[in-house]
Design a protein around this ligand. Structure first.
Ligand code: GLA
Length: 387
């Protein structure tokens, strides 16, 4: 089986309810699901007031939860042997807990959850792969906490859960990310990518239908782990802020390319050039989809990859190899996706060639002496839901 399975959510939910009852001795109140994501184009644009075009994966995190009468919080994961337990007071920024618990604790803290809870999570989103396993966890837990109180998961609730998940990531975990991942995990619709515009304080999101048949979004996890709390992401963000300050604009969304090209600092100039051209590529990519011109979309993916490799300098040998092998064997466009420095690539491939392209990437990795990558099919799925 060459592609990583997303699993069967309904079946997993029922198995997890049983596991929850065995572990905690009581039935769960609720099971919620939130997806990982792959960004098709628009990288490092969200924190620059720009545009992104991700889709929600069928691979998702499930959160099984029961509210308690006291202030105790117990968190367990099917991936981790040791559960964590603490109290509501321990959820705030700076608390002592294992890394993964920070995402769950953080969203509960951001929501101001008044009661303790027991939580069991399980995920088919590979972690460290640039596919937003952290946002999937935050949004699954947030959705479960909301649903356990009986509140409806309507559009305003989805938007406020996305905001709480962003605060969990930036204020509790301390990863200075931009909001794309949590927004798509909450607001995506099946069959569509989500165009998100981050210029205003409240991002605006529009579904963009994707071609239904005949094409595969092939995602390749290079298995080179990336961590957003490492310095590279924050350094790129700082360069973008320096560029916006030098250009005297509120964000690079408002920067003109001619002004960018005149920036005196060579590195800052290249970083800003990536962002400004990438925002334009997202606009062009949405127009290409509307016109049914997938060749044009593919060419924009290629240009996006070159910009990230050369100007933004966030690619790596494995990502370049995956993109190059995909392009050489039938993909009509390919690029790295996510924060960079490892993680995954995404290629647009005619369906009948998907397995061949995946095999060609495997062969290239073996020839280059890299560890085997892992592939998955990114079928555009719905945002968070209660199961
Ligand atoms: C990570 C962050 C996002 C975004 C991307 C790069 O996934 O979480 O907010 O900045 O990197 O596009």
């Amino acid at each position: 089986m060459p592609f990583l399975s997303p699993g069967d959510a309904a079946r997993s939910a029922s198995l997890l309810r049983t596991a929850f009852a065995q572990r905690f001795g009581l039935e769960a109140d609720v099971v919620a699901r939130a997806p990982g994501r792959v960004n098709l184009i628009g990288e490092h644009t969200d924190y620059n007031g720009g545009l992104v075009l991700p889709l929600a994966l069928p691979h998702a995190t499930l959160a099984v939860l029961r509210l308690r009468e006291d202030d105790v919080v117990r968190c367990a994961s099917t991936d981790v042997d040791e559960p964590w337990s603490g109290r509501l007071d321990d959820l705030a920024p700076g608390g002592e807990r294992p890394g993964w618990v920070g995402y769950a604790a953080g969203v509960a803290w951001a929501l101001g959850t008044p009661r303790g809870f027991d939580l069991l999570v399980d995920s088919t989103v590979p972690s460290g792969a640039g596919l937003s396993s952290s946002a999937a966890l935050e949004c699954a837990v947030g959705t479960a906490l909301l649903a356990a109180t009986g509140a409806p998961l309507d559009d305003p609730a989805r938007r406020s859960l996305a905001r709480a998940a962003i605060r969990a990531e930036t204020e509790v975990v301390g990863a200075p990310t931009g909001g794309m991942d949590q927004t798509v995990a909450m607001l995506a619709e099946a069959g569509s990518a989500l165009l998100v515009d981050f210029e205003a304080d409240e991002p605006s999101a529009t579904s963009v239908p994707l071609p239904a048949d005949g094409w595969v979004w092939l995602v390749t996890d290079t298995r080179v782990s990336h961590a957003l709390v490492d310095g590279g992401y924050a350094a790129r963000r700082a360069d973008c802020e320096a560029a916006a300050a030098a250009l005297d604009v509120p964000s690079l969304r408002r920067a003109e390319i001619d002004a960018v090209e005149a920036l005196p600092d060579e590195r800052v100039r290249r970083r800003a050039r990536h962002v400004v051209t990438e925002i334009a590529r997202v606009e062009d990519a949405v127009a290409a989809l509307a016109a049914g011109d997938l060749d044009a979309f593919g060419a924009l993916m290629d240009a996006s990859h070159a910009s990230m490799r050369d100007d933004f300098e966030i690619s790596c040998a494995e990502l370049d190899a995956a993109v190059d092998a995909a392009r050489g064997t039938g993909a009509i466009g390919a690029r790295m996706t996510g924060g960079g420095f490892g993680g995954s690539s995404v290629a647009l491939v005619p369906a009948e060639r998907a397995e061949g392209v995946a095999a060609a990437i495997d062969a290239r990795f073996a020839a280059d002496g890299f560890a085997p990558p892992q592939h998955l099919r990114a079928v555009a799925s719905a945002g968070a839901q209660v199961l």
